[in-house]
Every structure is written in C-alpha cells, then in structure tokens.
Design a protein. Structure first.
Length: 496
C-alpha cells in the first residue's frame, strides 16, 4: 500500500489532537448523525433487508474463495470486448502502468472519477512526478484537492469542512487550477455547486484521458460498474477517448444476478437512496466515433496486499467491503476523532482493519489502528455485507501484541511482537494462568473483595494510559461464586 499517509503519529496521539478541534467535531457530528438517520429510514423500507445482507455476505465469500477463477474469467471477457487488462502487484507497479498509458496518448492532463484505489496507491502524486496533472471531478474530492487537504471519509471526503471553509477554498484556489470562482461567491450550497460545475465543465470537454475506479466488475461479461450521485463520473466515463480503470481485485462479482443484490444494499447504506442517481456500466470499447464511451479501455487489476489479506482466515472478511461508509457514520470513535487520525485513505472501523492488513503492522500508526475502537459492535450491525469488524479488530490486536505467522508479498513470515506491549503480554499470560487454576482464581477474588476499600481509582505504571480515560469498575463486596453458594444455601437449594 502507498506510504502517502505513513509517518503520521500513532492513532491515540493524532486523535488527541483532533478532539480538541471543536469546529471539526461539530462538522462531523452534524454530518454523521444526518447520514445515519437517513440510512436507517431507507433500510427500514425493505422487509427483506436481513436476507439481502446475508446474500451479499455469501456472494462475497464465494467470490473470494474462487477469486483466481473469476479474475481469469473477467480478463477474458474484458479482452473479448476490446479492452486491455494489466496486473499490478503493488502501488509502484500500478502507478507505472497508468503513467505509461497516459504518456502513450501524448496527453499531460487526466480527469478522474472518485476512486479509493487510486488514492490508496497515491496515483495523483505519481502522475505529478511524471509531469501529468490529474483533476478530481467529484465535488468533495475537488474540495480536498483545491484545499491541498486529505480525504477524511470514504463517501464524503470533505466531511470535515463546513460551507464557509469551502467558499474560502473555492475563492482562493480555483483560479490556479482552471476557471476561477465567480465574484461575490457566498456559502450557499447552490452557489458552491454551480461554481464547481462551471469549473469542471471545461475540464470534461477538454480531457482526452479519464481515470476511474469501479464499485463492481462483473466476471461473466467484463462489465464495470460505477455508482455516483453527481454525474461527474458519467462525464468522465463517456467523454474521454481513453479510459483507464484502477480496481482492486476484490471488486469482482460472478454474475449480473449477483450485482442486483449490491445495487440494492449499497445506495441505501451509503447515501440513503433507493438507487444512485447515476449508475454507469460499460463493457469494453466503443467503435462508433459518435457513440458514448471510450475508444481505448485499460483495466489495471490491483493487488497491493489483497492476496496477503485473503490468506488470513479471520481478516479476509474485510475484503467483502463495498465502501458504503455506514460503519463510519455510527462509530463513536470516528465521530470524535475524524478521518485524518487514521493515517490512511480508509478511515473509521473498516480502515482500522483494512489498512493494517494491506500495509502490515510494522509502523507505529498501523500497529495502533486495531485499538481505534471501543468494540461496541455498531459497525457490524450496519454493515451490508456483515463484516464482523470487532472480531477482526481483536484478531489484529493479538497479532500486534503476540506477533506470529502472516503472509507478506506472498511469502510466509513471522512477525515479532510490536514494541510497547510487554506489560500487556505479561498481564494476559498471568490472567491465563490464573483462570486455568480455579483455586488461585477463587483466592484472588476473595482477597480483592476484602480489600476493595483500598482499591486505587487509577492503575499504576503502563496501566495509567488505560485508566486515564476510563473509570475502573468497583469491586463487588463478595465474589460471584461465594454469592451463588450463599444464596443457594439460604434458599434451601444446597451448595453446588
């Protein structure tokens, strides 16, 4: 995975700084509460939502088990329709392929559809290093690009910005990228949208090369699918002569019938719509010079850690993700810390399990991400493909603390335990020993209950970091075992 966001501090440090930003917290609170309320209403309209969710889970699991077969089928279908398929093992290879393809057209500009995969590999930066300028056309991505910012949400990358901040960005930066913002621009949503439309229209009409991702790829026909709400994607997919799609290998689905399930669950889980305003599908190339669609189409299939993730029996369920962002909108940690604290283009609960698997857990930020959760389970409840995010978080925490065998670049390696967790390992081993010796556990419980008035309010040493933000639970007057025996004897049931 690209190192674009590496070098950031660990999540606790970044989050501590973020929660002090009252403007950021206000923006996030308003946006996430609004989105999740609308989503709940949209989902409640379907009496078979639970069945659709289970169907999505089964389709994704089946596809991942047979990913090799479906990817070959996809390549054959895309090629038969006039497209060219490229395989990229990592971000460096994907960026080189895209750069070479753009250079081969003789162009130095591209228009882009919102794409998590291209953000993941740092494509814009790689193209800029080769003298190619990439223009983001999604409204939120445009705001992030003009503001020299980073995305903080999967669905709404500029969720951390309010209308006043967006107006200031448009007024000061649009002129450096193309058509300037209108004089006297206010923070009215209609005026901001119109300013973006006028700015982008000249890009669409001039561009010869488009770059996109895809929400889904249908193996049986080689069809790619992009769902969006603004129409910018449709413009990028139909106007340029050359279209280059960079898509993660996990985005394939076997058949059109499988696609139907996700076209019901994705819009409701993401934008709370029954159907996205723009659902664009294309297969290969268009020969008619007056027709809509690319004359030349290239599909770059991106691995970049996905095969390694697939080798993890517990962690592989993260590859089911359809990027709806529902988990972010219900997460109490994300709502307070925002997306930048995660140090990845994948923020929130899904980012906390996906980034450490794609990038590994050797860096400080990636080793801290599995702990960026209260394990409340709200993310699992709203996930339209039933990813058990809390289960994967606990699994990754064990990997960080204990180390052990993992797959990296297709090779089996043994990770060393991460630094700073020696006390945690010692405590867990002591707990395991105590729980396996009932007599010791019983004696410890009784001693703790009898000395409970001396119990500290905070933990000493390394435990201070835990108790600094939590209240230690009060110790009971007697252990449960003693209470059970006493109450059974008093009721005449006798000891058990």
């Amino acid at each position: 995975m690209s190192g674009t966001f590496l070098g950031m501090p660990a999540f606790p440090e970044a989050a501590r700084e973020a929660v002090r930003d009252t403007t950021l917290r206000g923006n996030l609170r308003h946006a996430t509460h609004t989105i999740r309320a609308k989503r709940a209403q949209a989902v409640a309209e379907l009496s078979d939502w639970a069945a659709l969710r289970e169907a999505g889970r089964q389709i994704k699991d089946h596809t991942l088990r047979h990913l090799d077969r479906y990817l070959v089928q996809l390549e054959e279908a895309v090629t038969a329709a006039g497209g060219v398929v490229h395989w990229a093992a990592d971000a460096e290879e994907a960026n080189r392929i895209v750069g070479d393809l753009v250079r081969a057209t003789g162009e130095s500009e591209v228009v882009k559809v919102k794409s998590m995969a291209t953000q993941e590999i740092g494509l814009n930066e790689a193209l800029r290093a080769r003298g190619i300028r990439a223009y983001e056309t999604d409204l939120a991505e445009l705001i992030v690009q003009l503001g020299r910012d980073r995305p903080s949400h999967i669905l709404v990358p500029a969720i951390h910005r309010n209308r006043g901040e967006i107006r200031d960005i448009f007024a000061s930066e649009m002129g450096d990228w193309g058509r300037p913002a209108p004089e006297g621009l206010t923070d009215s949503p209609a005026e901001l949208a119109e300013a973006a439309r006028l700015h982008l229209r000249e890009k669409f009409l001039r561009a010869k090369v488009g770059v996109c991702g895809a929400n889904f790829m249908v193996a049986e026909t080689g069809t790619l699918v992009v769902v969006e709400s603004e129409g910018n994607g449709r413009m990028c997919l139909t106007l340029p002569e050359t279209l280059i799609a960079v898509v993660g290998i996990e985005k394939v689905v076997p058949t059109w019938r499988d696609l139907e399930v996700f076209l019901q669950t994705l819009p409701r889980s993401s934008t709370a719509e029954r159907m996205n305003p723009y659902t664009s599908m294309w297969t290969g190339t268009v020969d008619d010079p007056d027709g809509d669609g690319p004359r030349s189409f290239h599909l770059v299939l991106l691995d970049n850690g996905r095969t390694d993730t697939l080798a993890d029996r517990v962690g592989r369920q993260a590859l089911r993700c359809i990027r709806c962002s529902a988990c972010l909108n219900v997460c109490p940690v994300y709502e307070r810390a925002g997306g930048h604290a995660y140090g990845s283009v994948y923020p929130g609960p899904i980012g906390a399990i996906l980034s450490p698997q794609l990038r590994g857990t050797r860096s400080e930020i990636d080793a801290s991400l599995p702990y960026a959760s209260s394990l409340c389970g709200a993310c699992y409840e709203v996930c339209p493909v039933a990813i058990d995010i809390p289960e994967v978080l606990v699994h990754l925490r064990e990997r960080v603390v204990e180390g052990g065998p993992v797959t990296r670049a297709g090779n089996k390696v043994v990770l060393r335990p991460a630094k700073g967790h020696a006390a945690e390992r010692a405590a867990m081993r002591a707990a395991r020993w105590a729980f396996s010796h009932p007599g010791v556990l019983r004696a410890g419980q009784r001693m703790a209950s009898r000395s409970r008035r001396f119990a500290p309010r905070t933990l000493p040493g390394p435990g201070r970091a835990w108790s600094a933000s939590r209240d230690l639970p009060p110790l009971p007057a007697e252990p449960f075992r003693d209470w059970w025996r006493r109450t059974r004897e008093e009721s005449g049931g006798g000891p058990r």
